[in-house]
Structure formats: structure tokens, C-alpha cells
Design a protein around this ligand. Structure first.
Ligand code: NAD
Ligand code: IPM
Ligand code: MN
Length: 359
């Protein structure tokens, strides 16, 4: 097949991890005979520096025309002045909104080889396989903001339609898994959460009789996620709760650098990015963990290009590399660590030599 993929490396470790993911996609294209075309564009801090705009029109146009978009990360200390006129993160938020990407899928499946890196007891982690579906284009991120000399406010609002579509998406995904959805809210305090709970209950009851829907308050969810992570299948929640819970969930896998994500709407192009940020503390040193970006490329192959065998091939190559002890510094616990390029090369080698990959 032919496909146009826009690459948005962004800031900090973004360019390092996207280069690794592109190397993997090129290897997939060679092995399976696809013509994948890559076009790089600016977003975030680098786009502010070069164009005065964190989402320049040329970047948005390219994303609108692409089959899929792969992003590294945006942001960093250079652009973090609280009084700055414009911020890198605004570019990412505007892109998600412009592409209508309301459902952010963040799978968490700890790998046996990285259990040692996780701060959680290993016996709690075996068999953990959860998928967080984070609402991505509503809530407090996108409500009106005000700031005066002595006060500030961020409005959190959700419409019924916004809740319906993401809950439906979560229920459909659960049908392909263990048919269990946990909806996370703060319905004991927030009006938006009470609406969320009503809508989720109705959608599950009327449209998904095969799905077991449970509700959980976000504060106790933050605790249960660590004490009984095996209890969850699909977790659906609003924008900010999903942001926070998935950084927490990355500790089940062992590192922020491991978790991928897919942001999907009802249109054509999806956006794929690791859940971590620009990691300014390690940027430019060639030590960033690229597995999350590489696994995001696998999600791109599956969800935007419909290339399921190719996606599975990348995921198996990652499993095989982890099993062989190809661990970046964040996973190696002081032992022998492999750099960003080395991890990419190990995954590429396994894609090129299919016998390395367990079928
Ligand atoms: P961060 O995710 O960048 O880093 C948190 C910690 O995790 C750091 O110690 C970092 O070194 C480590 N880490 C993250 N990714 C790693 C990887 N691939 N390999 C090894 N270690 C990794 O979060 P932060 O420090 O709170 O934020 C830094 C900047 O990133 C901020 O400007 C923030 O807005 C931005 N950010 C961007 C995105 C995105 O572009 N999607 C996501 C989160 C944060
Ligand atoms: C993420 C990030 C972003 C978010 C920021 C950079 C806007 O933390 O993708 O998880 O909060 O959505
Ligand atoms: Mn985040």
C-alpha cells in the first residue's frame, strides 16, 4: 500500500524517539513491500522559534492531508515562562482539536522483562492488560480561561454528545477484549461527572448489553490502579483524569518511556504519540527510551493503515528485544543500558529477520 505519514518530532527527546520509530516503520515498509512516504513538519517550541506559532498552518495542512501523524513530544523549559504569550503545548492541543481526535487510547501491558523497573510488587503485575480511553478534546483543557491580577479560572464542561461518542468507542473496544468497562469520574463533587455517569450508564444499558459497566471515583481509582491493576480491562475517563491516571499507570509497565498512544476521531488521520513528554532532563544524550514511540508506530499501522500483521510484527519485535535484555537506561536499573539508536536497531533487526520474531 501507499501512505503519507506526517512526522512531528517536536522538542526535547521528541526528535530522538521519532527517528527510532521512523526507522522501524521503514523496516516494516521494506519487509512487507509498502510505499510509506514521510514528511517532517514543525510543532511546539521549535515551531514557535521558527514560525512564531506552535501549530503553523503548513503543519496543520499537512496533517489534514496525511493518512496518519506520528508525534514525538512538545515543550520544555525554554518556553515554560508562566507569563509567555504562547506555549508549545497549545500547538498539540489545537492539533488534537482540529483533527477531531476525541478518543485517546493508552494501552498498558507490563512486559515480564521490565517488571524489575516497576516500583510495584511483581506479583501484582503479571497478567495486567488494561486500555485507558481518555477523552481528548473536551473538559477543563478546552473550557474558557480567565486571568486577572488576583484570580484565574478554567472552565470544565462536557456535552452529552461528547460523552456519548467516547463511551461508545470504549464499549466497542471492550467488545474486542474482556467486555468490562470502568468509567472513572468524580460524581460525588462535579456536575460534569454526574452527567458523565448518567450518559455512560445509559449508553452501556441501551446499546451494549454484553458490556459490564462499573463506575469508580477518580481518587480511589488512583489507589486501586496500583493495588489491583489486574481488575481492569477498559477504563474510560475525561481528559484531565485520563492524563494523570496514565502517567501513574506507566509505573505498572516500569517507565513513562514504554507507553504508546493512539488518538482517534471519526475522520481519516489518527495521531500517534508516546504518552511521555519532552524529558528535558535527558534530551540530546541519546539515552531516551524509544519503545513508547515505536509501539505508537505499531498502533499507527493497525488503526490508521489497517496493517494488522505489520503492527503485530512490530509488537513482537519489541517483545523479543525486551526479552533479549535490550533495555534503555530508564529500564536497566543501573545495569547495562542500550541507547536510543541501539534499541531501534535491535527492533529493526528483528523485523528484517523474521525468525527472530516469535510467530
Ligand atoms: P516528561 O514525560 O517529559 O518527563 C517525566 C520524567 O520521565 C523525566 O524524568 C523524564 O526523563 C522521564 N522520561 C519521559 N520520557 C522518557 C523516555 N522516553 N525515556 C526515558 N525517560 C523518560 O514530563 P515533564 O518533565 O513533566 O514535562 C516536560 C515537558 O514535556 C513539559 O513541557 C510538558 O508540557 C511536556 N509534555 C509533553 C507531552 C507531549 O508532547 N505529548 C506529554 C507530556 C509532557
Ligand atoms: C499528554 C501531555 C499533554 C496533555 C500536554 C503536553 C498538553 O501531558 O499528551 O499526556 O496534557 O494532554
Ligand atoms: Mn500527559
Amino acid at each position: 500500500m501507499r501512505a503519507e505519514i506526517v512526522i512531528l518530532p517536536g522538542d526535547g527527546i521528541g526528535p530522538e524517539v521519532t527517528a527510532a520509530a521512523v526507522a522501524v516503520l521503514r523496516a516494516v515498509a521494506r519487509r512487507f513491500g509498502h510505499a510509506l512516504n514521510f514528511a517532517e513538519h514543525d510543532i511546539g517550541g521549535i515551531a514557535i522559534d521558527r514560525h512564531g506559532d506552535p501549530l503553523p498552518p503548513a503543519t496543520l495542512d499537512a496533517c489534514n492531508r496525511a493518512d496518519a501523524v506520528l508525534l514525538g513530544a512538545v515543550g520544555g523549559p525554554k518556553w515554560s515562562d508562566p507569563n509567555a504569550r504562547v506555549r508549545p503545548e497549545q500547538g498539540l492541543l489545537a492539533l488534537r482539536r482540529a483533527l477531531g481526535l476525541y478518543a485517546n487510547l493508552r494501552p498498558v501491558q507490563p512486559h515480564p522483562a521490565t517488571l524489575g523497573a516497576a516500583p510495584i510488587k511483581p506479583h501484582l503485575l503479571s497478567g495486567v492488560d488494561l486500555l485507558v480511553v481518555r477523552e481528548l478534546t473536551g473538559g477543563i483543557y478546552f473550557g474558557d480561561k480567565t486571568r486577572t491580577a488576583d484570580s484565574a479560572s478554567d472552565l470544565c464542561s462536557y456535552s452529552v454528545a461528547e460523552i456519548e461518542r467516547v463511551v461508545r468507542r470504549a464499549c466497542r473496544l471492550a467488545q474486542g477484549r474482556r467486555c468490562h468497562v470502568t468509567s472513572v469520574d468524580k460524581a460525588n463533587v462535579l456536575e460534569t461527572s454526574r452527567l458523565w455517569r448518567d450518559v455512560a450508564t445509559r449508553i452501556a444499558r441501551d446499546e451494549f448489553p454484553d458490556i459490564l459497566l462499573e463506575h469508580q471515583l477518580v481518587d480511589s481509582m488512583a489507589m486501586h490502579l496500583l493495588s489491583r491493576p489486574r481488575a481492569y480491562d477498559v477504563v474510560v475517563t475525561e481528559n484531565m483524569f485520563g492524563d494523570i491516571l496514565t502517567d501513574e499507570a506507566s509505573m505498572l509497565a516500569g517507565s513513562m518511556g514504554l507507553l504508546p498512544s493512539a488518538s482517534l476521531g471519526d475522520g481519516k488521520a489518527g495521531l500517534y504519540e508516546p504518552i511521555h513528554g519532552s524529558a528535558p532532563d535527558i534530551a540530546g544524550r541519546g539515552i531516551a527510551n524509544p519503545y513508547g514511540a515505536i509501539l505508537s508506530a505499531a498502533l499507527l499501522l493497525r488503526h490508521s493503515l489497517g496493517l494488522v500483521d505489520e503492527a503485530a510484527c512490530v509488537e513482537q519485535a519489541v517483545d523479543s528485544a525486551l526479552e533479549a535484555g535490550v533495555l534503555s537506561a530508564d529500564l536497566a536499573a543501573g545495569g547495562d543500558a542500550v541507547g536510543t539508536h541501539g534499541v531501534a536497531a535491535a527492533v529493526v533487526e528483528r523485523i528484517e529477520t523474521p525468525s527472530h520474531v516469535a510467530e
